[in-house]
Design a protein around this ligand. Structure first.
Ligand SMILES: Nc1ncnc2c1ncn2[C@@H]1O[C@H](COP(=O)(O)OP(=O)(O)OP(=O)(O)O)[C@@H](O)[C@H]1O
Length: 340
C-alpha cells in the first residue's frame, strides 16, 4: 500500500501541496482529479522522489521513503511530455527498462511487440520519436512505463495530448491493463472522463488539498461541497430557500452525506448537472427557452423556469427554439444534495 500522511510541499511564496493524506491499496488505481495549478503534479513528483516534502510522510509497503532516491523506489513514471530518447528507435525506447534489467534482445523484442500492439502502434518499432505525432509519442511513453511491470505506476495526465476518441480507447485499455496485471497506480489528471474510466477511487484536489476522496461513483453522485460539485460538473447550485416551492426536486436519498432520507430540498443546498433538467412534454416544470447551443449529440438550453429562474437544460436534437414554451422533467441522477 502507498500511504501519504500530512504531506506538504512548499515553494517560495506558495504551498503547492497542503497536508495531503491518501491511501492507494495494492492492485487498485487512485485518480487525483483537480484543475490546473491545484498541486497534483507536485504531489506525484513528491511520491516519485523528484520533489522534497516539507513535512509529512510517504510510505510504500510500510517503508518510509524519506531519503530513498527516485531510482531506488522502483516506481515507473509517465509524465505529460513522455520524455523519450530522441536518438533511439521506438522499440529501443520501450525496451529500455527491460535492458536495464538485463533482458536479452530476443526476449525484449517479444515484449516490445506486444506493448506496441497494445498501444496501437504495431509497425512503428523502427521509427524515431521525432517522426511521431505528439499522441504517438505519448503512447510510446505509456508502453515504456508498462514494460517492466512496475509495482507502482505514477501517471501524470498520461493521455492528455491525445484526441478524444483515442483517449477514450486508451483509457479503457489502460484500465484493462492495470486490472489484469494487478498494477497499483496513482494517476493525476484534470480530465473527469480519464479519472472515471481508469480509476477505482477518486480524490478531488483543490488548492493543494484533498477536498473529497472516495469511490469514483460516490464522488460523482455525492459531492461534499459546492467547490467539489462545481468541479465535477454540477453547473447550478440552489441555495436553501424559505419562499420557493421545491417539490419538483427529488428528496435526498438515504445515506447522502449529512442528509437524512426525505430531507426537504428547500432547506438543502442542491447541486444540479445540466442533464438534471430535460425537455419533456409530460414534465412538471414550465419555462421559456432563452438560449440554444447545439453540441454533438444534444441541445444545450438555458430556460427561464417558472418559480426557479434561469437554468441549464438538455433537449434531444431538433428540439425547441429560443422563445418557445417548454416543459421539463427532472432526472434525479443529475441532482445532488450537499451537506450543510
Ligand atoms: N518549482 C516550482 N517553484 C515554484 N512554484 C511552483 C513550482 N512548481 C510548481 N509550482 C506552483 O505550485 C502550484 C502547483 O503546481 P502543479 O504543477 O503541481 O499543479 P498541477 O495541478 O499539476 O497543474 P497542471 O495541471 O497545470 O500541471 C502552482 O501554483 C505552481 O505555480
Amino acid at each position: 500500500m502507498l500511504e501519504l500522511d500530512d504531506v506538504t510541499v512548499t515553494f517560495p511564496g506558495a504551498t503547492a501541496v497542503d497536508r495531503v493524506g491518501l491511501r492507494v491499496e495494492e492492485g487498485s488505481v487512485l485518480a487525483v482529479l483537480g484543475p490546473s495549478g491545484c498541486g497534483k503534479s507536485t504531489l506525484l513528483r513528491a511520491v516519485a522522489g523528484l520533489e522534497p516534502i516539507s513535512s509529512g510522510s510517504i510510505r510504500w509497503r510500510g517503508r518510509d521513503l524519506a531519503g530513498v532516491a527516485t531510482h531506488e523506489r522502483g516506481f515507473a513514471l509517465m509524465f505529460q511530455d513522455g520524455q523519450l530518447f530522441a536518438q533511439a528507435s521506438v522499440a529501443d525506447n520501450i525496451g529500455y527498462p527491460l535492458r536495464l534489467r538485463g533482458q536479452g534482445r530476443r526476449q525484449r523484442a517479444g515484449r516490445v511487440a506486444e506493448l506496441l500492439e497494445l498501444v496501437g502502434l504495431g509497425g512503428y518499432a523502427d521509427r524515431r520519436p521525432a517522426t511521431l505525432s505528439g499522441g504517438e509519442q505519448q503512447r510510446v511513453a505509456l508502453a515504456r512505463s508498462l514494460a517492466a511491470d512496475p509495482a507502482l505506476l505514477l501517471l501524470d495526465e498520461p493521455l492528455s495530448s491525445l484526441d478524444r476518441s483515442l483517449r477514450d480507447r486508451l483509457a479503457g485499455d489502460l484500465r484493462e491493463i492495470l486490472t489484469t496485471t494487478g498494477t497499483t497506480a496513482l494517476l493525476v489528471t484534470h480530465d473527469h472522463d480519464e479519472a472515471f474510466t481508469v480509476a477505482d477511487r477518486m480524490a478531488v484536489m483543490l488548492d493543494g488539498r484533498i477536498a473529497q476522496e472516495g469511490d469514483a461513483v460516490e464522488v460523482w453522485r455525492q459531492p461534499v461541497s459546492r467547490e467539489v460539485a462545481s468541479f465535477v460538473g454540477y453547473d447550478t447550485i440552489l441555495e436553501p430557500t424559505s419562499t420557493e416551492r421545491r417539490s419538483w426536486l427529488p428528496t435526498a436519498s438515504p445515506g447522502v452525506a449529512g442528509r437524512g432520507p426525505g430531507a426537504d430540498p428547500a432547506s438543502s443546498v442542491v447541486a444540479l448537472r445540466r442533464s438534471a433538467l430535460r425537455v419533456d412534454p409530460e414534465g412538471e416544470l414550465r419555462g421559456v427557452v432563452r438560449r440554444v447551443v447545439t453540441v454533438s449529440d444534444a441541445l444545450h438550453l438555458e430556460v427561464d423556469v417558472e418559480g426557479v429562474g434561469r437554468m441549464p437544460a438538455l433537449a434531444a436534437d431538433r428540439g425547441p427554439e429560443v422563445g418557445d414554451d417548454v416543459r421539463l422533467t427532472v432526472d434525479p441522477r443529475g441532482v445532488a444534495h450537499l451537506p450543510e
